[in-house]
Design a binder for this molecule. Structure first.
Ligand SMILES: [Zn+2]
Length: 257
């Protein structure tokens, strides 16, 4: 059984249908009427400026593999394909099934997320985090040998295309029966994660109903660190995929069969 777990743990790994409402706020408008003493010739008052600056979609690169906003999918290989992050760190004080590290900001954030879940009475652990290029080569080749390329592509990312290789993706579990399974989204832990991930800078990378965009079935256990600013903006706008947020082409499959 362990073998099956390990195999499934390397699925390319993304929940719940987006329940967020885009609650665009009406900018405050000045409703003060011109004073009766002021004739109609008076110039109108300047419009009030929005209180929050517009979100800067170019604040970080989506191409640089070192960027916390890098977009990696079946149509966007990491460049270079054997990229390895330089700031890997072990998340401290949390259960981590295979003792895999994450990039430092993601490691710190996932520790906070797991503590937040704990405070809500939910036990959450890490089951997969950073995997290097060589590991992905070995795994992918093994799957191709076993199931054929077409089948392997449905559950395992090709080397250089796995978000886990960025050190920004982490798979979580609640020690329950929905280990790397779609039903994780319906567990209390899965639901809590869907509701609160953004507060810690994570998004559910492969949401329900977006397979044609992301190329992957829903993976409610697979979180991607993008930082709290982008996570909050995606939540605010109700845009659930990085591809759609950044106006990138859908990546339902690899360009080469
Ligand atoms: Zn994953």
């Amino acid at each position: 059984m362990r073998g099956i777990r390990v195999l499934s743990a390397v699925a390319a790994c993304a929940v719940l249908a987006n329940t967020l409402l885009a609650c665009a706020q009406e900018p405050e408008r000045s409703v003060s009427k011109p004073s009766s003493a002021a004739p109609s010739t008076s110039s109108p008052a300047p419009k009030p400026k929005p209180t929050t600056p517009a979100f800067d979609r170019a604040a970080h690169s989506i191409d640089d593999p070192q960027s916390i906003w890098v977009v990696s999918n079946k149509r966007r290989a990491l460049k270079p394909v054997d990229f390895a992050p330089s700031d890997l760190a072990m998340p401290e004080g949390v259960e981590n099934e295979f003792a895999q590290p994450l990039r430092a900001p993601a490691a710190a954030a996932v520790v906070q997320l797991i503590r937040g879940a704990e405070q809500a009475g939910l036990k959450v652990r890490i089951i997969s985090a950073y995997r290097d290029y060589a590991t992905q080569v070995t795994l992918y080749d093994r799957y191709v040998e076993r199931d054929g390329k077409q089948q392997a592509d449905t559950y395992s990312a090709r080397p250089g295309h796995s978000e886990h290789q960025t050190g920004l993706a982490v798979d979580l579990d609640d020690f329950g029966d929905c280990y790397l399974a779609a039903c994780f989204g319906q567990t209390p832990a899965g639901a809590w994660i869907a509701a609160h991930a953004a507060e810690y800078g994570f998004v559910i990378r492969y949401p329900e109903g977006k397979q044609g965009v992301t190329g992957f079935m829903p993976e409610p256990w697979h979180l991607r660190y993008v930082g709290p600013e982008l996570a909050a903006e995606m939540k605010r706008t109700g845009v659930t995929t990085l591809e759609e947020f950044f106006g990138l082409p859908a990546a339902p499959d690899y360009a080469t069969p």
